[in-house]
Design a protein around this ligand. Structure first.
Ligand SMILES: [Zn+2]
Length: 154
């Protein structure tokens, strides 16, 4: 499949993978692992509230034929929403942050990354170059195999 702008199949599948870590592919990954029960409950409540609101807004937007920074495919169901939000978070962080600040900060907390602050990438040498560097892809690969997300500072 030909990747669209801002669409990254590795990030997309990666998101599904971590979503499924708690045994349910429902757009809510395992949150607050290693924390107290009440803290975990709080994190799930915040996640559900923000993700639910953002998902609903995307559905409305798609129904109205409008387009925004999040791909319309994310309106399919909560699991696809999480995958699409993850792609956008890493591929278009500077667009996502001002337009969806709540969503951005939930993902920032979850991934413990702040891609909007990453320095700009070096200019691509060809128009066919992948949207993320191979170093980052390698880290994702490694992370999926080992079940954890590494810091991917290059
Ligand atoms: Zn998907």
């Amino acid at each position: 499949m030909a990747p669209e702008r801002g669409y990254n199949v590795v990030l997309h599948e990666f998101a599904h993978q971590i979503d499924y870590e708690d045994g349910w592919a429902n757009g809510a990954p395992a949150l607050g692992t290693g924390q107290s029960r009440s803290k975990r409950k709080q994190e799930y409540a915040a996640w559900t509230r923000i993700m639910g609101k953002e998902f609903k807004e995307l559905r409305t937007q798609v129904q109205n034929g409008e387009s925004g920074v999040l791909r319309a495919y994310g309106a399919t169901n909560p699991a696809e929403f999480f995958a699409v939000a993850t792609e956008t978070f890493f591929c278009k962080p500077k667009k996502l942050q001002p337009t969806h600040p709540g969503l951005y900060s939930e993902l920032k907390m979850f991934y413990r990354q702040d891609p909007a602050q990453w320095p700009p990438r070096k200019p691509a040498t060809s128009s066919a170059s992948p949207p993320v560097s191979s170093g980052i892809l390698w880290h994702f690969h490694w992370s999926i195999k080992n079940g954890i997300l590494l810091s991917f500072a290059s």
